[in-house]
Design a protein around this ligand. Structure first.
Ligand code: FAD
Ligand code: NAG
Ligand code: NAG
Ligand code: NAG
Ligand code: NAG
Ligand code: NAG
Length: 487
């Protein structure tokens, strides 16, 4: 009896300690930072706002408190207090990663970076500095005063955590991924130390932070990046009826294979709604995003503009208008029970058509189990991988383009039972898996599902494991917050 009772008792004590850990960390933080930078009131506007996510299933989690640090010093205090209490925690920038507990936490400390929004432009070096709070739309607006921008999100509403996962921009074919423009990062390490990482100091940490994912090696509290010139764009959306699907996918394939103009960028998206088809194809549409950095795209998009479109919004636009395509607030409007998956393919062997057909077959046989499905083609041209390498390369060590990522979105209806939800996610997962991925190419962290273990697909995985061990030696981040597996 006694031998049984002791482990039971220990179990109870550990469980009690875990529930007490959040509140204990919170009261320690309050005593150090003062009550103005923290809230425990679940009904306050701050608390409610901080617990809203793009994947709204995470809105139900109730952190013990939400902390709003204003400096790297504040972040350091919070990390050390969380560590001392043994509490779970999460780091939140824009809150768009759909994976559970990546930027959300239940009963622990939510570190909301939204109060850290300082920005600075140095005209002599053309370097831009921004803190992690706010969304890319705010960052773009600030640097636009100098006709400059930073490489970041294609939608204004996405947060800065995007850059830590690589970051695909409309400017990426010219300048590489968002992380390739990093020049220096300020990082609060898992032990609370505040360090800088660049190609000259803490070079391993700098390497890992360029596309090796957020919430793994510390909290980034400042980004110093190479800014880029910005002027007029020729851009817009072409919307096609689904009857054009084969013509459009062929044009996407040709663009991936043959376009060599780095100022031209596209996203090709196939959308599927749950409404009945009625043989009218009203439940399907194709939305092309065409963006040219400059007023004249030449023939870059001719293969798309030659196909008859239902709607055409192309024309001269400012960058602010470009990142609000197809409509302003797209990021906010698209919040829901959303989950991502990713695939990666080389430009050949009918890989576009295959993936599209698999996806569409799944969509047809799973009506009623989603409110929206989309399949997005994201080219990775050679100019992008060249630009990445020219700036020192990133954690993905991207092999030469052209190749492409596919982003699979599924948005499930509200009120689904857990069993139905799990079943539909498993089925969607199996469809993506069956489509297969190209050997030797990295899965894109920003579009990946937790169970896809994207880091394992990086050629630098061993090196990243070592870096993780060095900066998170006692697995504090690994055990107390969500994130990509290093195992
Ligand atoms: C509508 C929409 C559009 C998108 N468009 C693009 C796109 O154009 N290009 C692209 O590359 N991706 C895009 N994505 C994917 C996007 O990059 C990821 O969802 C990314 O995780 C969002 O970052 P966030 O700051 O908004 O989210 P968060 O969930 O707050 O952060 C993402 C992850 O990084 C961690 N993190 C954030 N900030 C820090 C920090 N300062 N220090 C340490 N860890 C941190 C968080 O803990 C979390 O795990 C899009 C996503 C959505 C929903
Ligand atoms: C409070 O947090 C600090 C670090 O911010 C830590 O050093 C200290 O031990 C904590 N106190 C308690 C009682 O946990
Ligand atoms: C930005 O570009 C516009 C349009 O070319 C120009 O009128 C303006 O003077 C520029 N501003 C700066 C700060 O260079
Ligand atoms: C670091 O990057 C800068 C450009 O930002 C470059 O001039 C310098 O040569 C690089 N140093 C090393 C050690 O790679
Ligand atoms: C357009 O498609 C044709 C094949 O039909 C291809 O030869 C050409 O390179 C494509 N152009 C671009 C810019 O994608
Ligand atoms: C096409 O498939 C063949 C055989 O499966 C393979 O050897 C080749 O590498 C593939 N080509 C591309 C571009 O993926």
């Amino acid at each position: 009896m006694l031998s049984l009772a002791i482990p039971l008792l220990v179990g109870v004590v550990v469980a009690v300690a875990a529930t007490a850990a959040g509140p204990s960390a919170c009261s320690n933080i309050t005593s150090q930072l003062g009550s103005s930078k923290i809230t425990t009131n679940e009904l306050s506007l701050n608390y409610v706002g901080s617990t809203e996510y793009w994947n709204t299933l995470q809105d139900d989690y109730k952190p013990s408190c939400v902390v709003y640090p204003e400096s790297a010093q504040d972040v350091s205090v919070v990390i050390q207090a969380v560590r001392a209490a043994g509490s779970r925690f999460a780091i939140k920038a824009g809150g768009h990663n759909p994976n559970t507990f990546y930027s959300s936490v239940d009963k622990g400390v939510l570190l909301d970076l939204s109060s850290m929004t300082a920005k600075f432009y140095d005209p002599d070096t053309t370097l831009a500095t921004y803190e992690p709070g706010g969304v890319f739309g705010d960052v773009y607006e600030y640097f636009a005063k100098w006709n400059r921008t930073v490489v970041g999100a294609r939608l204004a509403g996405v947060g800065t955590g995007l850059a830590l996962g690589g970051g695909m921009s409309y400017l990426s074919p010219q300048y590489g991924m968002a992380c390739d423009s990093f020049r220096e990062l300020e990082i609060v390490l898992p032990d609370g130390q505040i360090v800088t990482a660049s190609n000259e100091t803490n070079t391993d940490l700098f390497f890992a932070s360029r596309g090796g994912g957020g919430n793994a090696y510390g909290v980034v509290t400042k980004y110093t990046v190479q800014s880029r010139p910005i002027g007029e764009f020729w851009a817009g959306n072409l919307i096609y009826v689904f009857a054009q699907k084969d013509n459009v996918v062929e044009a996407i394939g040709n663009f991936i294979k043959y376009n060599t103009d780095p100022k031209a960028a596209i996203i090709g998206t196939y959308e599927k709604l749950p409404t009945p088809d009625l043989n009218l194809n009203l439940d399907e549409a194709i939305i092309m995003f065409l963006v040219y950095d400059g007023p004249d795209p030449g023939n870059a998009f001719k293969n798309f503009t030659d196909i008859t479109a239902l709607l055409d919004t192309t024309g001269i636009k400012t960058y602010n208008e470009v990142v609000n395509m197809p409509i302003p607030m797209s990021t906010e409007i698209s919040a829901g029970n959303n989950m991502f998956r990713v695939g990666v393919h080389r430009a050949g062997n009918n890989s576009y058509e295959n993936a599209l057909d698999e996806w569409r077959n799944w969509a047809e046989s799973n009506k009623g189990k989603y409110v929206l499905l989309s399949l997005d083609f994201q080219p990775v041209p050679k100019s992008l991988t060249d630009a990445s390498r020219a700036q020192g390369g990133n954690a993905m060590e991207m092999p030469d383009g052209p190749w492409f990522w596919l982003n699979y979105l599924i948005s499930t209806p509200p009120g689904m039972s857990q069993a139905d939800y799990d079943a539909v996610q498993t089925s969607y997962r199996d469809m993506v898996k069956a489509t297969g991925n190209a050997e030797g190419l990295p899965l894109f962290i920003n579009d990946a599902n937790h169970d896809q273990n994207p880091l394992q697909t990086f050629s630098a995985f061993d090196k990243l494991q070592e870096i993780k061990k060095k900066y998170d030696p006692d697995s504090f981040f690994a055990d107390y917050t969500g994130g990509w597996s290093f195992a």
